[in-house]
Design a protein. Structure first.
Ligand code: G1P
Length: 298
């Protein structure tokens, strides 16, 4: 029987240099898209995908993340005494959401290193990894789509997206062959090789790894055996490449729209599109955008 995936690891110890100065004293995971911090979108996606345990790998200066998922008695008391019931529910729904465990990554030595820090809390079972910079809007949560592939093959699966030629060097890029899945050969791939942040012209394809992974526990010894790679960091891509020697790894071109919210432009795009879709804000926001000359929203 294929073991169930119960846990999701959220690496959140990065320095957020792409978003300075906003991230100088504030974790990038706490930047709000409309009114929810980035990491909450990822956590909600994991819960909607059936994950029960959230493990957040944090570092220095990240205590706002812990406070966010904790109970704020003062705030709840204030809202209650003022009869702000809707706000109270919004605040409570965050702390009621899940039981979160935190692991410390003392030095930002790379994504692979962050995942390795979760080894003891994950134990010998499959688990998910969610990078909260990648915000994905999809009918079926992206992680759920990956879990369905995992349930079928019992092997590790990563999310894939075709990116333009001039962006390949920002991603892990795969060399992969299409596989039949759900009556099509369009979306699922068996990965033959992968490379982290290849130079332009050296990428094996334009299929990039996006921040959703379902991994079998063999990834841990694989990560322990890799040397620092791109940027002098222990890369998750290098660990997966090592894993490929003994286990199949699949890649799913997922259904949905991905926003690179770790990038200023991507963050703005996500903010505008999410705000336009909000029942309580969308109408007034669209009206405002249309009042700009020339109008920008239809
Ligand atoms: C990380 C991974 C990379 C992946 C990317 C997706 O890179 O190392 O393989 O393609 O996330 O967002 P980062 O964006 O942290 O540099």
């Amino acid at each position: 029987m294929i073991p169930r995936v119960r846990k999701a690891v959220f690496p959140a110890a990065g320095l957020g240099t792409r978003f300075l100065p906003a991230t100088k004293a504030q974790p990038k995971e706490m930047l709000p898209l409309v009114d929810k911090p980035l990491i909450q979108y990822g956590v909600e996606e994991a819960i909607q995908s059936g994950i029960q345990n959230i493990l957040i790998v944090t570092g220095r200066g990240k205590s706002a993340i812990e406070d966010h998922f904790d109970v704020s008695f003062e705030l709840e008391h204030l809202l209650e005494s003022r009869g702000k019931i809707e706000m109270l529910q919004a605040v409570r729904s965050v702390s009621d959401m899940i039981d979160v465990a935190y692991i410390r990554q003392k030095e930002a030595l790379g994504l692979g290193h962050a995942v390795l820090r979760a080894k003891d809390l994950v134990g010998p079972e499959p688990f998910a990894v969610v990078l909260s910079d990648d915000v994905i809007d999809a009918r079926t949560p992206c992680l759920r789509q990956l879990l369905d592939v995992y349930q079928y093959f019992g092997a590790s699966v990563v999310a894939l997206l075709e990116v333009p030629e001039d962006s390949v060097s920002a991603y892990g890029i795969v060399d992969a062959e299409p596989v039949d899945f759900n009556g099509s050969r369009e979306n699922l791939f068996r990965i033959r090789n992968m490379v982290e942040k290849p130079a332009r012209g050296q990428a094996p394809s334009r299929l990039a790894i996006i921040g959703r992974y379902v991994l079998t526990p063999e990834i841990f010894p694989a990560l322990e055996s890799v040397e620092p790679g791109a940027g002098g960091e222990i890369q998750l891509t290098d660990g997966l490449k090592h894993l490929l020697r003994s286990r199949p790894v699949y890649g799913l071109r997922f259904e949905g729209k991905r926003y690179d919210a770790g990038d200023k432009l991507g963050f703005l795009q996500a903010t505008v599109e999410f705000a336009l879709r909000r029942p309580d804000l969308g109408g007034a926001f669209r009206e405002y955008l249309n009042s700009l000359n020339p109008p920008v929203a239809q």
